[in-house]
Ligand binder design. Structure first.
Ligand SMILES: [Zn+2]
Ligand SMILES: [Zn+2]
Length: 124
């Protein structure tokens, strides 16, 4: 099974300076998204355009703040493959569907990481 990345565990192990930087940038990013969401007319609103620029800037700053604080090895499993964020919940190992993004014709879990659509295909 795909190993999970547990953000809460990694966060607890970070230096407070790194926590402060990552937290501040993450909150600013949310404020940029909020400003975009509140825009009445995206094509003419100068605040929307500026907030889009903030979005782009802050996503890059967030990535850099995390890269500076967290060893990349924490994002990879022992086999070298990337870990899946733990908060995603269940996902199908064959098609990647999730609880929130199921297969087009509907599906359910037949194993912890296998959906009914893919189990059916494998049985054919
Ligand atoms: Zn599937
Ligand atoms: Zn599915």
């Amino acid at each position: 099974m795909t190993e999970r990345f547990h953000g809460a565990v990694v966060w607890a192990g970070l230096h407070p300076d790194h926590q402060a930087e990552i937290g501040a940038v993450a909150l600013e990013l949310i404020s940029a998204w909020w400003m975009q969401e509140q825009s009445a007319d995206r094509s003419t609103d100068p605040l929307f355009r500026a907030a889009e620029a903030a979005d782009y800037l802050l996503i890059n700053e967030l990535r850099q703040a995390v890269v500076d604080a967290v060893p990349m090895a924490d994002f990879n499993a022992a086999d070298g493959n990337p870990k899946m964020p733990s908060r995603l919940g269940q996902f199908c190992r064959k098609c990647g569907c999730t609880q929130e993004d199921g297969c087009a014709n509907g599906c359910w879990w037949v194993e912890d990481d296998l959906c009914s659509s893919c189990a059916k295909e494998a049985a054919r």
